[in-house]
Unconditional design. Structure first.
Length: 488
């Protein structure tokens, strides 16, 4: 049985971490009495201020092990639930950071097989809704399309003050949803859930030996009871009333194609460069030999400098630079080179020299990859309008510069010099291809683009690099996933 996947989105400061912690406890303990007799489940370390008593005494409460970043995994025979946490919108660093956060979210969602719910966490009685909220909604559905509208749910936290209703946020939200051009977004009792995390805070505060009076205890009992009821209703709604939204092998949209192609740029370019290496080996060394690529999965992307000269190694008469991770804050703290001379790598490549020829026709493959590169660039720039820059051309120019630096390393290296010449020829061929395909009306057809994506992804070395990207992104996503069992 598939895990129920819920994507959790919310404004910065809305309390997503507390909500996740509270939610798992509501599903784990039927009553507050039962919860008090056990240790609270804390998936994300928490710290908050609690005010108690008539004198409004303030207490700082901390709970959870900040050194343990692994996900909590509950073993349970029933239907399980995975909550995928995300960066908050309305980021204090500005709209540009919001946009980066959203791109990160969309890239990672692209690696899921399915989604059951897209949950927006809000507070009741908001005076206004942040413009970032509207932007997130619009971008999400440029990826998913209108078929995912019925997977939206709205959860309200801190709802005790509004008697477990959305309060004044409801009319603001309805007005915004009506103004959007993405379709009819449902907003009704059925897909709206109201919680109050104060009872969870009370539970954690008790673990810190903070005392409460009888009136406060009574309020928290009621809060817990209501939140447990809403938690069960949410799970039942996800389980029974919502159609699973399939992402794997069925999602097609302009935005999805855009993200897929962006993830293919480096694998295609690296494959073309290595084909050129092997063609040069065949030209200058008649005995059968080739260089093989081996993608290595990373736990997190690394940043490398294009200007710094690091260590090199020689494989099959070619020099290869060893990628060294640089630490970027506002600027690189590892070197003094400009920030725009650094690139992010989602996987590393290792190389081996083998005494056998490639098993496929490399010239045919090179021509096919070159044609696809031009088609994908045209789609990104002119159809999806996702970039003003030609990412494949800039990638080729980067490679030429990189190989030229290696060729001039250690008293010149002839094979790297030959590779520079071959890459320059490839660049000319690419520019010619770009000029030829401008009249190809098929590039306006999304089905044609997906066919080309699938064709290119079938090449084993492309597939292996894409798999390394996906595995790395899944590792990152797992750091922000929290698995919760459904109680039978």
């Amino acid at each position: 049985m598939d895990t129920i996947n819920i994507l959790l989105l919310g404004d910065t400061g809305v309390g997503k971490s507390t909500f996740i912690n509270a939610f798992v406890n509501y599903l784990t303990f039927e009553t507050l009495k039962e919860a008090k007799s056990n240790r609270p489940v804390v998936l994300i370390p928490v710290s908050f201020l609690v005010t108690t008593g008539d004198n409004s005494e303030e207490h700082i409460v901390k709970f959870g092990d900040t050194s343990d970043s692994s996900n909590e995994d509950f073993s349970h025979p029933g239907q399980s639930l995975r909550i995928i946490d995300t960066p908050g919108f309305g980021d204090t660093r500005g709209i540009e950071q919001d946009h980066k956060n959203m791109q990160h979210i969309l890239e990672n969602i692209n690696n899921l097989t399915h989604l059951n719910g897209i949950c927006f966490l809000l507070k009741p009685n908001s005076a206004r809704l942040d413009i970032s909220f509207q932007s997130y909604l619009t971008q999400l559905f440029s990826l998913f399309g209108t078929n995912a509208l019925n997977n939206i749910i709205f959860c309200f936290t801190s709802a005790r003050s509004t008697f477990y209703t959305p309060g004044d946020t409801a009319p603001l939200l309805k007005k915004m949803l009506t103004s959007l051009s993405i379709g009819n977004v449902p907003f009704s009792k059925k897909n709206v859930f109201c919680f109050d995390s104060e009872s969870f805070r009370y539970l954690v505060a008790r673990q810190n030996n903070i005392r409460f009076d009888s009136n406060e205890k009574q309020e928290y009992e009621m809060s817990w009871k209501t939140s447990v009821s809403e938690s069960k209703r949410l799970i039942d709604y996800m389980h029974k009333d919502v159609t699973v939204y399939r992402i794997d092998n069925s999602l097609q949209s302009m935005k999805h194609a855009q993200f897929t192609i962006l993830g293919m740029v480096r694998p295609i370019l690296e494959t073309m460069r290595n084909i050129l290496r092997n063609l040069l080996l065949k030209k200058f060394y008649p005995s059968e030999a080739s260089i093989e690529l081996h993608p290595k999965v990373l736990d997190h992307p690394i940043t490398v400098c294009l200007l710094c000269k690091g260590d090199v190694k020689k494989i099959g008469n070619f020099l290869f630079a060893i990628d060294i991770s640089h630490q970027i804050e506002k600027k690189c703290v590892t070197c003094s080179c400009p920030s725009n001379q650094h690139i992010t790598l989602e996987y590393l490549l290792e190389y081996t020299f083998v005494r056998s020829a490639p098993t496929h026709n490399e010239r045919v493959m090179l021509a096919e990859l070159l044609r696809a590169s031009a088609e994908f660039s045209y789609f990104l720039i002119h159809i999806a309008r996702a970039s003003e820059d030609d990412l494949f051309l800039s990638g080729l120019l980067q490679m030429i510069k990189h190989e030229a630096n290696l060729a001039n390393n250690q008293n010149m290296n002839d094979m790297n010099s030959e590779l520079v010449a071959a890459l320059n020829e490839l660049q000319v061929g690419y520019v010619n291809r770009m000029n030829e395909i401008k009249s190809n009306k098929e590039l306006n057809n999304l089905s044609f683009i997906y066919k080309r994506i699938n064709d290119i992804s079938e090449y084993p070395i492309i597939r292996e690099q894409l798999a390394a990207i996906k595995a790395g992104r899944m590792r990152i996503m797992m750091e922000n996933e929290y698995e919760v069992p459904k109680r039978n």
